[in-house]
Ligand binder design. Structure first.
Ligand code: N01
Length: 531
């Protein structure tokens, strides 16, 4: 393939870890390609989510590209869980090392995309029109910011901030009265940091979350050396494990283990820190009784940490299985509430009536604030795609086609949208696996498909509706075997008003997912129409 009358072979939308890897692979294989990115720099979600305390909940040595051994060996992470600035530096390092910057147009958002006569035409907010035979979206599954319709938000006269669009300049918080709405992963990371600076901090909590201490610490030289010697094993784990990296559990069922031994195993997980604790036993993810045992262990830790009994009760998650909302990983979250300048407002009993010019009015009274932070998450999985303004062959918008929930084949392609591939799209493992491993898999799979198309003179590739139907049914069936569908969460789209409640990720594990994709490719891209 090559440039034909101003038509690219491939346009990539997004320059986060997925978009950069895709662009690099396409360039290495001689495709005429270019990427478009809304932000002024690379990094995707790690560009925008620069709020204090932002950190990855996957360990740094696993949250690294593996496809390039030299890159893997040369980059030395400073700590067990890398901070946002360090992850962003890693993204920038990759872009520079692979000479990607000249091939990315920054500050440009794709707002419309139509397919006709064998190519896509993308319209951008800068008025540019881009034509490309293939389009690969790399827009992330957590990037469309959710601003909930809280009455009066627009009239707030103080500083309004969003965790997912944190300013690049430092924010002065010292001595100020700060409010935070939202206690998901972002809020839980942010709250202890804000408490260090703010004169008063008010946390507005709608649903208490389960959170585990990160126990972050600097990586030792020995750990870094071990990671290098384990490189080959990591590559194998990428395709042979459920998450793309191993999680160590006992391999036993909680319900078949004596309570004392069970508690001792949970203690080990709690002391180790990070999300591994949920994999301690094999049945806590699917058996409600086993799940309740783990949930109670977490609740005991909250009661133990938070001095005020009433406050501890308000912070304690009840009524939904642990793990069905994403487990948070924190650094002193519960401890923060022992400080006298930190207050919790339990919105279940004292809902927000409106945001006023000077703060927040709840049913019980007014909270005066200088700064209000929205840590209210994302229109997850679908929002970043539907906002692109993609239309199918018949001119129907993706947003309309997905009104009853996202539909895809393998999470990578959508019937009616030829020559379009959606990295980490709904129907792939997404955040149920190490997303770095998912990204590398998707990029390499799409690259192989494009090479196949090039070598076979194929100009159109489109998912068949029948294959899409089967895939949607399979994703739903796998979700049905888990406890996820029992809880309102962004996994189900329940955090967005009016959004269809459909469990979007493939819950069968990255290993199984990869086998299916390999099989599809080996059978001449079964489920795709090619012409
Ligand atoms: O978003 P969330 P997030 N009034 O949707 C609340 C990744 N991530 O940005 O639970 C009041 O989890 C909402 O309440 P409720 C990770 O995958 C990773 O924190 O819907 N409150 C909830 O408390 C993560 O899971 C890392 O009742 C409202 C919060 O806002 C994902 O991104 C760090 C409200 C939103 O929580 C999203 O995390 C950060 C309203 N109208 C993010 N609307 C790490 O790697 C919403 N809320 C560690």
């Amino acid at each position: 393939m090559g440039s034909l009358g101003g038509v690219l072979d491939v346009a990539v939308i997004g320059a986060g870890f997925a978009g950069m890897h895709m662009l690099d692979q396409l360039r290495r294989h001689g495709f005429d390609c270019h990427a478009y990115e809304s932000a002024p720099g690379v990094g995707g979600t790690w560009y925008w989510n620069r709020y204090p305390g932002a950190r990855c909940d996957v360990e740094s040595l696993d949250y690294s590209y593996l496809h390039d051994r030299e890159l893997y060996e040369a980059w030395a992470w400073s700590s067990r869980f890398a901070s946002q600035p360090e992850i962003l530096r890693y993204a920038e390092h990759f872009a520079e090392r692979q000479d990607l910057l000249p091939h990315i147009t920054f500050g440009t958002t794709v707002l419309g995309a139509t397919f006709a006569d064998g190519s896509w035409t993308l319209g951008t907010d800068t008025g540019e029109q881009v034509r490309a035979r293939f389009v690969v979206t790399a827009v992330g599954c957590m990037s469309a910011v959710n601003t909930p319709p809280i009455p009066g938000l627009e009239q707030f006269g103080g500083t309004l901030l969003r965790t997912a669009r944190w300013p690049t300049e430092p924010v002065e918080l010292t001595g100020r009265r700060v409010g935070v709405i939202g206690t998901g992963s972002s809020g839980v990371q942010l709250v202890p940091e804000l408490a260090r600076e703010a004169a008063e901090l008010v946390v507005f909590q709608r649903t208490p979350n389960f959170s585990v201490p990160a126990r972050n610490r600097p990586l030792t030289e020995a750990e870094r050396v071990a990671a290098v010697t384990e490189y080959e094993r990591k590559v194998v784990h990428a395709s042979t494990t459920r998450f793309g990296h191993p999680v160590t559990g006992t391999g036993r069922a909680a319900l078949a283990t004596e309570p004392a031994e069970r508690a001792a195993e949970f203690d080990k997980g709690w002391e180790r820190g990070g999300t591994h604790i949920v994999a301690t036993f094999t049945d806590t993810g699917r058996d409600p009784t086993a799940n309740a045992v783990l949930a109670e262990y977490f609740r005991d830790r909250i009661r133990e940490t938070v001095h005020d009994e009433q406050l501890a009760r308000a912070l304690t998650p009840i009524g939904y299985p642990i793990g069905t909302k994403r487990l948070c990983v924190d650094d002193g979250y519960y401890e923060t509430f022992n400080h006298s300048h930190v207050e919790l407002v339990d919105l279940r009993h004292d809902p927000i009536e409106e945001v006023t010019e000077t703060g927040i009015r709840t049913r019980s009274g007014d909270y005066e604030l200088d700064v209000l932070v929205l840590a209210t998450g994302f229109d997850a999985f679908t929002g970043s795609l539907t906002r692109l303004g993609l239309t199918d062959r018949a001119g129907k918008a993706l947003a309309d086609r997905w009104q009853d929930g996202p539909r895809s084949y393998l999470g990578l392609a959508v019937a009616g949208f030829p020559n379009l591939f959606t990295l980490t799209g709904p129907g792939s493992t997404m955040v149920l696996s190490n997303v770095m491993r998912a990204i590398e898999h998707h990029v390499e799979w799409v690259r192989e498909l494009l090479l196949h198309a090039r070598s076979h003179g194929i100009t159109e590739v489109e998912a068949l509706e029948s294959a899409e139907n089967d895939w949607v049914a399979r994703v739903a069936e796998l979700a049905g075997r888990t406890l996820y569908p029992h809880t309102d969460s962004y996994y189900l789209g329940a955090n967005i008003e009016g959004k269809a409640r459909v469990f979007a990720p493939f819950a069968g594990g990255l290993d199984a997912y990869r086998r299916i994709c390999d099989d599809v490719a080996a059978q001449g891209y079964r489920g795709f129409r090619t012409a």
